[in-house]
Design a binder for this molecule. Structure first.
Ligand code: 9MR
Length: 403
């Protein structure tokens, strides 16, 4: 039997106009959040929505805390960009997922191109993390300590850290972060680990690696940069979550959720599919108490990173470029609301308890990509089977489509 937490018990069933964070909390989550970036904070219409803690209870700085900005030259630290976002969140009563400490990308060349001995690079990693986590001590709900350490096949990325230190750079980073702020939740964060597969299995192994080294790791962040019509099934999403808990994590989160169209403009049926896909991810988080929250990677298509990286793709978020809510917003809001209502009225309901949640279950992962959806390509780890009437054809090395 589920005993309601005091927070849940005190919350009334949210009214019709309730917003995402209110609903997520009433459904037993810690937050519903958004990433943002410094240049966006001068857009007053955008800020009006972002700063509303009923809508977003959590903020992630999209760039400002990355190594490139915080220690652009060795030993010289600057936190202006990160501070602006962290202060914004504090002013608006929002918690912060801090992002990110050790990542091969947005890494200054003095680190990536250096010729380091083991002890030199250990000291560089140590200094960077101790300084940055120390600076933000007490201000971060969580830290993405290591970001994107894995290739799609589950092997380690051959970045400078791995080249010099081997996999031991991962537990090292967690040890230093824990020493600098013992109360921040420490996460391993990656993409294409939301559903079951080689990369997900390798991410679960990272949890074990860190724990076996005697270091603290609390969570796995599933970035969830997904594609409309080809997301993992709900059972695959739920199994992945369970695998991280089983490996020793105590919580998980969707940390950078966006679900993009591979080509634009989106049709009405495409927007409906996107709404369904957002529903599936939200339900997977709701299905497990250890999933603490969902963060979308900015809330509006106006400021999404996608069009600059995937040519012709986009429209991945819950608000369109004119800050108008899309069908996917309504879908997420409805599914949270249904869970909130259930949570408020069922103080004796049986829900998945942590002890049952950590037992992994094997699930057959049947999937089918709709016609014109992506079914393969370098770096793609989604479903590779096409729905009846279509077959998967390579457009180029990076993109195969159901046609
Ligand atoms: O949103 C970020 C974008 O503004 C940057 O240009 C980009 C550079 O790689 O990083 C984006 O955020 C990434 C995040 O830090 C880690 N996961 C993937 C995100 C999208 O690229």
């Amino acid at each position: 039997m589920h005993i309601l937490t005091s927070t849940t018990a005190l919350l009334a069933i949210p009214g019709a106009a309730a917003q995402l964070n209110q609903l997520a909390k009433a459904a037993g989550k810690l937050y519903f959040g958004s990433a943002t970036d410094n240049n966006e904070l001068s857009d007053s219409a955008y800020v009006k929505i972002l700063k509303d803690s009923n809508m977003f209870g959590q903020i992630t700085p999209g760039n400002g805390q990355k190594w490139q900005y915080t220690e652009s030259s060795q030993g010289s630290f600057s936190y202006d960009s990160g501070d602006e976002i962290v202060n914004f969140a504090k002013t608006n009563n929002q918690i912060v997922r801090c992002h990110t400490l050790v990542w091969y990308s947005q890494l200054p060349s003095w680190v990536s191109d250096g010729s380091w001995s083991t002890s030199q690079l250990t000291s560089v990693v140590n200094t960077h993390i101790a300084n940055e986590v120390g600076h933000y001590k007490g201000k971060c709900y969580s830290w993405d300590v290591v970001n994107e350490a894995l290739n799609e096949d589950g092997t380690y990325r051959d970045n400078v850290f791995y080249k010099v230190l081997g996999e031991s750079y991962i537990p090292l980073a967690f040890k230093v972060a824990a020493a600098a702020d013992s109360s921040a939740k420490l996460y391993y964060n990656d993409y294409n680990i939301e559903g079951t597969g080689s990369k997900q299995a390798a991410a679960a192994k990272i949890v074990k690696l860190v724990k076996d080294a005697g270091a603290k790791i609390d969570g796995v962040g599933m970035q969830a940069h997904l594609i409309v019509g080809s997301i993992p099934s709900q059972s695959s999403l739920e199994s992945a979550i369970k695998s991280y808990l089983s490996a020793g994590a105590t919580e998980v989160a969707y940390t950078e959720l966006d679900i993009r169209f591979s080509s634009l403009p989106a049709s009405d049926s495409g927007l409906k599919q996107q709404a369904d896909d957002y529903t599936t991810v939200t339900k997977a988080c709701l299905a497990n108490k250890a999933c603490v929250g969902i963060t979308i990677w900015d809330y509006t298509d106006k400021y999404s990173w996608i069009p600059s990286v995937f040519n012709g793709a986009g429209a991945a978020l819950l608000w369109d470029e004119n800050l108008k809510q899309k069908p996917a917003y309504t879908a997420v809001s409805s599914v949270l609301k249904a869970a909130a209502t259930k949570s408020a009225v069922s103080d004796t309901a049986t829900v998945t308890t942590l002890s049952t949640a950590i037992k992994p279950t094997a699930t057959a992962d049947a999937c089918a990509v709709a016609k014109y959806g992506q079914c393969g390509g370098k770096g793609f780890s989604g479903c590779t089977a096409c729905a009846a009437g279509a077959s998967c054809a390579a457009t180029n090395d990076y993109y195969s489509q159901c046609v």
